[in-house]
Structures are given as C-alpha cells and as structure tokens.
Design a protein around this ligand. Sequence first.
Ligand SMILES: Nc1ncnc2c1ncn2[C@@H]1O[C@H](COP(=O)(O)OP(=O)(O)OP(=O)(O)O)[C@@H](O)[C@H]1O
Ligand SMILES: [Mg+2]
Length: 278
Amino acid sequence: MTDSTIQAEHIDYSYPEENTAPALQDINFCAQKGEFIAFIGANGSGKTTFARHINGLLKIRKGTLKTAGFDVSNPDCLWELRKHCGMVFQNPDNQFVSPLIEEDTAFGLENYDWPTGEIPGLVHKALEQVGLAGYEKKSPSMLSGGQKQKLALAGVLVMKPDIIIFDEATSMLDPCGKAEVMNEIRKMHAEKNKTLIIITHSAEEAAQADRILVFNKGRIVADGKPCDIFSDEKLLQSAGLEPPLSVRFYLDLKKNGIELTSCPLTVDELAEQLCALM
Ligand SMILES: Nc1ncnc2c1ncn2[C@@H]1O[C@H](COP(=O)(O)OP(=O)(O)OP(=O)(O)O)[C@@H](O)[C@H]1O
Ligand SMILES: [Mg+2]
C-alpha cells in the first residue's frame, strides 16, 4: 500500500553554480491524496526546482521530503518512487527514448515489468486519452511541439501514477489541446484517488485547482483557495502575477462600487453573476 501524499519540511536548495541566489528557501508543503494543486509564480521563482525534488530528480541538500510514502533522500527508493509519481516536463524533446510512438509510450511499463499482454491495451488507451490514437507506428520526431507534449503526457498517464506533476504541460498546445488536457486532469481529479499538481503561467488554468501555492524568489509566499489568492492584489503584485480576466473584471467593478456576490473564477461564472445583477 502506498499513499499519495507529499510532505516537505524546510527544503533549501542552491544550484552548484557559484554566486547564485538560493533556488529554494525553507519550503514547507503537504499534499493529501486526491488534492488538485497549482504552483504559480514568476519565471525563476523555484516551481520546477521544487517539483524536481518531489520526484527525486534533484538530490535533497537540506530538509526532509516524503513522496507517496517514500523517503526521497534515500537513493534506494527512487526507482519505486518514480513509478508512483510521474512528471510531465516543460520541454517534451527530452523525454523520448524510442523510434516508434507506441514503443515510447510502452517504455515505462516495460521497465517496470508490467505483464506483456496488458501493454498494448494500456498504450492504446493512453494515446487515445491525449488525442494521439492512430499515431502508434509514427516516430516521435515527426510530431509537432504540441503533439510531442501530448505524447510525453501519454508516457506518464500510461503508468497510472498516484501523483502526477504537470510542469507547463500545456504550454505548446493550441487552445483546443489545452482545454482537452485540462479536461483529462479534471476527470482524473473527479476520481479523487490521485494527487495532481499543475505548474502553470495561466491564471485561468490555476483557477481550476482546489488550492494554489504562490512561489516568489524560492519561497512559498501563499497557499490558499483560488478565490482568496486571486483577489489578493498586493500578493499578486509582489509576486509579479495577474489574476484571471474574470477576477480583474470583478475587482474593477468593486472599485467602481458594484459588488458581485462572490469572486468569479471563470468568464462563465462572471457572466452568470452579471446576468443575475441585471
Ligand atoms: N539547471 C540549473 N542550473 C543552475 N541554475 C538553475 C537551473 N535551473 C534553474 N536554475 C535557477 O534556479 C532558480 C529557480 O528556477 P526554476 O526553474 O525552478 O524556476 P521556475 O519557477 O520553474 O521558472 P519558470 O516559470 O521560468 O519555469 C532560477 O534562479 C534559475 O535561474
Ligand atoms: Mg519551470
């Protein structure tokens, strides 16, 4: 039995290059099974560095970290840990190992000695989930940037990990592709048995999570519900962030004396509230 929690205490990290500011400073974070969390923050604020700690890609220098019940500082745990915690990276080109898309998607399963008979069905399902069914016999190198990002996603989904970290996993996708991936994430979240973390520069995407962590200069400076985070103008300004369009509209209305019943996180919610007001 593994659990899907993450527990980080007092994590500090500096990259080995000389004279660089610490990439992480005193990071404390706990995630429960079934949570859907967004990490937001300006470029260089430490989001990816922390995510790479969670699945053991960076060696812990200071502090303690447990992921899915495994002690991340113990190198003997890392192989098993990565089966339970998958990460989709910012740059999909780093993630392909096979000349055929179906082989590439099957790679993780084969590595973990999955029963051979089950592999083709699982691969097909994962490729279908990301909209790449029919591409099985093609080469990853023939895919566009966005399609590569979808293939990288399939390679993680196929393993059915308990924890998935999506590090700007929709950055190269067109609006339709972005919505499809967010839909898949929401579907997984509805099943409540995975811990999902998205790292994103899209306030609209982050607003879909249950909880948002704001990173600023290597520290977590806020941890709360999307409506509380996005209506805190001072916090967003100091972290170099913007709220979603619907919240900007809500705040502008408020400044002009028009109060909506609650802070709308989507344009649809905003439209509903405006209609109710009229
Ligand atoms: N491989 C590396 N070697 C040296 N320094 C690095 C490396 N990767 C990141 N850094 C530094 O660590 C800090 C945190 O970077 P990190 O990539 O974690 O930020 P981020 O919040 O993910 O940013 P972005 O939104 O641009 O992806 C930055 O100051 C960055 O310059
Ligand atoms: Mg990053």
